[in-house]
Design a protein around this ligand. Structure first.
Ligand code: DC
Length: 223
């Protein structure tokens, strides 16, 4: 069988990354979290004090190495999986990922990473831009209150007790930024299957996606 590419898109807190990772594990495929890549770029930019608002300063991307292996993100060979989840990175990543120069670099890297392998890739523009020919496209949604509740609980585990109303506001702001930006906004691909995860457990969503993959594989092999 030729390689199989699954594109999973959706807004912040829809469960993309957790679900994609579990689907990939079940199938023994590769998972790539593209949000983690944009976060790594943001982390490097902050640590090296570049002017985040100036697109011209992102030429450092020609020199640095970013890789995603076994659910861990590496920046210049260093595992930065924890550092990319900081408040400062979260606050600035929408800005950094809005620059066409940054997106072009990341999209090239993401496409290369899928060559010849079975992959589950998650992000905002995977089905629309990165892998328009993906074998299966899924668009995950959940209402904003549920997504905020998930973020809130994640925060508690990290020892951060932020007011749920503040989390709701932050998610709304990020949704707006991600879906109204000019370059590759968050948008459902026309041929994507929508899965609303508001009332589903993680396991139920994983199961649904596995079934969709199996169905597509049968169709593919039959052609
Ligand atoms: O999924 P996440 O919250 O880790 O993503 C971080 C940010 O990166 C998000 O605000 C939008 C951006 N992003 C993007 O623009 N395109 C992608 N394919 C993935 C993430």
């Amino acid at each position: 069988m030729k390689e199989f590419h699954v594109a999973i898109d959706g807004p912040a807190g829809s469960g993309k990354s957790t679900i994609s990772s579990l689907v990939a594990k079940r199938l023994n495929w590769t998972h790539i979290d593209t949000g983690a890549m944009y976060r790594a770029v943001t982390l490097w930019a902050i640590n090296n004090k570049i002017n985040l608002n100036n697109e011209d300063e992102y030429t450092f991307l020609d020199k640095i190495k970013i890789s995603y292996v076994n659910d861990k993100i590496y920046l210049e060979g260093k595992n930065v999986s924890k550092d990319i989840r900081s408040e400062e990175v979260t606050k600035n990543v929408s800005l950094v990922s809005s620059f066409p120069y940054v997106r072009k670099k990341m999209v090239d890297l993401q496409r290369k990473a899928t060559e010849g392998i079975n992959v589950v890739m998650d992000g905002r523009d995977i089905g629309t831009v990165v892998l328009p020919n993906a074998n299966l496209k899924v668009f995950l949604t959940a209402n904003v209150e549920e997504r905020a509740k998930r973020r809130y609980e994640e925060n508690l585990l990290k020892g951060v007790n932020k007011d749920i109303r503040e989390v709701i506001e932050e998610i709304k702001i990020r949704d707006k930024k991600d879906s109204t930006r000019e370059e590759s906004p968050l948008k459902k691909a026309e041929d994507a299957i929508v899965l609303d995860t508001t009332y589903l457990t993680i396991e139920q969503v994983v199961e649904k996606i596995i079934i969709l993959i199996e169905k597509k594989e049968i169709e593919k092999d039959g052609n």
